[in-house]
Design a protein. Structure first.
Length: 121
């Protein structure tokens, strides 16, 4: 059974590229462009990993990550934050921290390696 990845980004082009790349690499991908629907989608889709943009139009991905990590039912789902504007290395040690982060523009091979590492953990 292939691993399920939920991708949340408000940039449709990034969603399409990530969706195509991840599917090509054997993952089942579900994309979402609005942060306010993420908890419903997690409940419906049961992802094995979440790729989450920091800068969303209506929300901050770091806040969503903290909410995920504070919910005992879903806290075990690895979250990789993606950001073009923030240095996220400091947030890895804070409460509700993501499991990893990737800076935009991202190298696809680096992203795939981080995904594989988190799914193997």
């Amino acid at each position: 059974m292939c691993k399920r990845i939920l991708v949340l980004d408000d940039d449709q082009a990034i969603l399409e590229v990530l969706g195509d790349v991840l599917e090509y690499n054997g993952y089942d991908v579900n994309t979402l462009s609005r942060g306010d629907k993420i908890f419903e989608r997690i409940e419906e889709y049961h992802p094995d990993l979440i790729l989450l943009d920091v800068m969303l139009a209506e929300m901050d991905g770091r806040d969503i990550c903290r909410q995920i990590k504070q919910d005992a039912h879903i806290a075990n789902i690895p979250v990789i934050l993606i950001s073009a504007t923030h240095d996220l290395s400091k947030c890895l040690t804070q409460t509700g921290a993501p499991n990893d982060f990737v800076a935009k523009p991202f190298d696809i091979d680096n992203l795939l390696n981080k995904i594989e590492h988190q799914l193997a953990a």
